[in-house]
Design a binder for this molecule. Sequence first.
Ligand code: HEC
Ligand code: HEC
Length: 296
Amino acid sequence: MAHFERDPHTGHMTTGHEWNGITELNTPVPKVIWLFLACTVIFSVGYWILMPTWPIGRTYTKGLLGDDVRHDLTQSVKQAALDRSEWSARIEKESFADIQKDPRLMEPVRETGRALFGDNCAACHGRNALGTKGFPNLTTNSWLWGGTPEAIFQTITVGINSAHPETRTSQMPAFGKDGMLPRADIDKVIAFVRSLSPPNAQDTKKDIDPAKVAAGKELFAANCASCHGEDAKGNTEMGAPNLTDQFWIYGGDQASIAETLWGGRQGHMPTWESRLSALDRKILALYLVDLRKPEK
Ligand code: HEC
Ligand code: HEC
């Protein structure tokens, strides 16, 4: 026989059940929880009706709203491909100068160029194209083979001392090893070369002997100017670097220049003609010109 009573300690009614004198408090689940549960049930029924939900055999209930994530994705991929084919066709067709003037084309050039550079060039030239010993910095105005987009495109296409039949050929002779200049003359010409670049361009220049510089200047005119120019500012016809600026491929200190003059230098840059499409090479040339800091 159920016997309801109020529990004197908690103030709750009991359920009327009793086990050997132990009674049970009547504390039902709070109303908010019921309400919340009811809401989730109503929501899920609504969701089943509106959205794709239940699998039925090989298909599924499509829902009244016709929402389809797979379809949305295919559409957006199609749209992106359409955009890409639009700008890539224009980059392929238009001149470097016209592309550089159009910010809507330079935007994909920067984005795609960065990815292409990271995948193909960063291993040698560094991720930010700043170069390292033996690999030139590509963000300066100091170019071996010219810094116009056309010249850069050509360098990327044929490479330097590469396997390409039209490769650019870069030969810094081994004046010491091949006995073209006696060691004492090499020493003088090194002093002259060191005197050319601005102070602190990898060299403190404190120990340069002015008498050696004067003698080295004459040796330079006779042996080096044919490639590096009378003013030592380099020659983009032969890939001969400017020796008067702050940028060095192999180093502008006594030891590095001595090594260059003794053993010669033949940098090797691969050809990309068969590995990158003309479009990709064009994007890279534009990317590098864009990367260049105007003040350098
Ligand atoms: C295997 C190493 C290597 C890779 C990879 C490489 N380069 Fe080079 N690159 C060189 C070297 C070395 C030189 C300098 C050659 C010299 O000293 O004559 C050079 C020179 C250049 C030059 C000429 C710079 C000037 O002053 O005229 C350009 C432009 C260039 N690289 C762009 C690229 C681009 C773009 C890529 C990627 C597609 C790339 N390089 C990948 C090694 C590399
Ligand atoms: C046949 C042409 C030629 C002659 C002659 C020549 N050079 Fe060079 N020199 C080059 C080329 C090309 C390079 C770049 C080599 C490379 O990067 O692979 C170079 C590189 C150098 C470098 C390295 C620059 C750097 O950034 O690290 C120095 C220094 C240099 N030459 C000094 C001289 C001196 C001094 C003489 C005369 C004794 C001389 N060269 C004669 C073509 C020449």
